[in-house]
Design a protein around this ligand. Structure first.
Ligand code: NAI
Ligand code: MG
Length: 395
């Protein structure tokens, strides 16, 4: 019997490419796990009207650890049109299975490390004082509240009468009170104190454990006073337990500007769901983009690890596959850290660092080629070759 059982959910498109590569690397460092496959994604929406089948939820409930590739998601109408004929017009509504998974298991703490690998040709650079080039190393870790806010799914076009009545009770709604129902869409941004506290505490604990000197709350409390205000208030309370770590506060818009100027200033960042998604993509762009962006979704009971990229349908059919597997492999490292196998995760980070530094084996993104079959002819490595290079460094 293996020590761990991990639910493997490759999903759609390039999820199917990168997940097996991550497992090869986890095997190579001797991670004592067996993997059970679980279905998720577009095919199951079309055939079953459910992109996250109950059997997958059961497997996660049983084994507690998941590795997830990526899924394809489409707007409601488009999704409905692709359902198989027998299921059409029967009330099936498409929901993103990853959002559903986060909510079902209350995976409320999302961690997205954005660290530059020295020598990565995709690293952020800026003009230095002397006219030369500065390449500050980015070492930011974004804590994103993963289940609430604008992703909570409480929204309407043509809100029902009682919702409209409630909205009308707010003085600021006067501006919209004459808008006809079908022309009015409302999405709610709901924060709860418990979740604000959990995400900010997770951020401070991480900062303490990893020696960061600051935690930055990145919201917009001057305008979105209630929800952003609650996040800030909870962060201030939690900070009292971590006196050595400074609490900084930035507005999301200003933060997006600052990270293009001095990204090295920031350490741990904490934000609500939407702003966390935005700021983490921003930082990911400074450390190599989607091929490097890994994440963890952590609840009290279940944890799921995934690259932040999607299914990249443009590339899903390419044989050999060209996409960068590093984001998925680093997500595997986050799984290792989560279960306390940090030495194995450090070995993998080291091996990836050496592969990047040597610059001999590079997927199309690292070569700055346009994606497509021709990338390989021009000298880009395949997904498998890049993993092989990492495995060679692990020997
Ligand atoms: P995407 O992340 O799938 O791809 C955007 C572009 O980024 C690709 O065309 C490619 O140029 C590049 N890219 C992505 N992953 C890469 C990798 N590992 N190596 C090298 N280059 C990479 O985002 P897009 O095109 O907006 O969405 C495609 C589908 O994925 C949609 O259906 C979307 O809803 C879904 N999606 C799913 C996510 C998830 O499963 N968590 C997250 C984001 C999008
Ligand atoms: Mg995103």
């Amino acid at each position: 019997m293996s020590k761990y059982t991990v639910v493997s959910m490759p999903g759609d498109g390039i999820g199917k490419v990168v997940l097996p590569e991550a497992i090869r690397v986890l095997d190579a460092v001797g991670f004592d796990a067996e993997y059970v496959h679980a279905d998720i994604g577009w095919d199951f929406w079309i055939d079953e009207g459910n992109a996250l089948p109950q059997r997958t939820i059961d497997a996660l409930a049983e084994h507690k650890l998941g590795l997830f590739g990526a899924i394809t998601s489409k707007p409601k109408g488009e999704a409905a049109a692709e359902l198989k004929l027998e299921l059409r017009d029967q009330g099936f509504v498409y929901y993103s299975p990853i959002v559903a998974m986060r909510q079902h298991f209350d995976l409320d703490v999302c961690i997205r490390p954005c660290r530059s690998f020295p020598g990565n040709p995709l690293n952020f650079i800026r003009r230095g004082r002397d006219g030369g080039v500065d390449e500050p190393l980015v070492n930011a870790v974004i804590f994103r509240q993963n289940t609430e806010g604008l992703y909570g799914g409480v929204e309407w076009t043509d809100p029902p009468e009682n919702v409209r009545a409630a909205l009308n009770s707010h003085p600021k709604f006067k501006l919209f009170s004459e808008v006809p129902g079908p022309d009015l869409a409302v999405s709610t941004r709901i924060f709860s104190r418990e979740k604000c506290r959990r995400i900010t505490r997770a951020a401070f604990e991480y900062a303490q454990k990893h020696g960061y000197k600051s935690v930055t709350v990145c919201e917009k409390p001057n305008v979105i006073r209630e929800t952003s205000g609650m996040m800030e208030a909870e962060a201030a309370l939690v900070q009292k337990e971590f006196r050595d770590i400074q609490l900084w506060s930035t507005n999301i818009d200003a933060q997006m500007m600052w990270l293009t100027k001095n990204p090295e200033t920031y350490g741990v960042i904490v934000a609500g769901n939407m702003f966390g998604d935005i700021v983490s993509d921003g930082f990911a762009g400074l450390v190599g983009g989607l091929g490097f962006a890994c994440s963890a979704n952590i609840g009290k009971d279940v944890a799921v690890f995934e690259p932040t990229h999607g299914s990249a349908p443009k590339y899903e059919k390419l044989d050999p596959p060209i996409v960068n597997p590093i984001a998925m492999i680093l997500s595997g490292c986050m799984l290792l850290d989560h279960v306390g196998e940090t030495e194995k995760s450090t070995r993998i980070w080291g091996a990836i660092s050496r592969v990047i530094e040597k610059a001999e084996v590079q997927t199309y993104d690292l070569k700055r080629f346009t994606g497509g079959a021709s990338a390989i002819e021009k000298g880009a490595a395949t997904s498998v070759q890049l993993t092989d290079a990492i495995l060679a460094e692990l020997k």
